[in-house]
Design a protein around this ligand. Sequence first.
Ligand code: T5A
Length: 214
Amino acid sequence: MRASVPNRGRFITLEGPDGAGKSTQAQLVADTLRAHGKEVVTTREPGGTAVGNRLRQVLLDPQTPLQPTTETLLMFAARAEHVAHVIEPALAAGRWVVCDRFTDSTFAYQGDGRGIAKGAIETLAAFTHAHCWPDLTLCLDVPPATAAGRMQERTLDGFEREDDGFYRRVREGFLKQAAREARIVVIDGSSALEVVSKAVQHAVETFIRRTEAA
Ligand code: T5A
């Protein structure tokens, strides 16, 4: 249904472990799309709406650790608002949406990281956004040590205080997800910034060409 609706925009997500460089590259993706004449909306998860941002504060607060089930449900509650009020209206209006994280993060963090069953996440995803899946996902892959080095200077949120084992499972989770889904392009995020940016730009331009040829 997504791509066959005339003039519908396209949905691009950036994924990967904390500190992989997603926010840095999201800007480049948006700039590349604008250079190709696309109208672009940039957003992120958890967040993107007033309610989503309030839930983000709860989810990332290191003082209030949540049960994995609660965490999963709150991610999807924020996502339901985000899809209904930001993502779907933008796509329907022909805009391209660039989103820093989406449901692949829930599979990796709450699924592989916290042990929530994949089937439960699939059910929640179908309930929340059955007809709204990314058309292209750029997954920046970095080893936990590289990511940790990049985050040394900042105050860490609840997720960023998890141990190496958690981050290894999250990274593996993203790679497993990429092996299952053709829309996911894995990019080595541990290279120098210019190298990563070049790979991201290439992936986006290839996608634009494919879309225009369809
Ligand atoms: N979460 C989210 C879930 O558990 N489940 C979910 O369903 C969802 C949606 C969000 C947290 O929520 C979790 C995952 C997250 O832990 P957040 O603060 O938004 O919290 O965290 P992130 O999305 O991970 O954002 P980060 O800022 O931590 O990481 P980014 O965006 O990947 O990295 P970025 O671009 O900010 O770069 C980090 C630093 O590295 C440098 C940058 O300049 C910056 O200083 N950098 C590089 N340095 C060297 N070489 C490169 N190639 C570099 N690229 C960037």
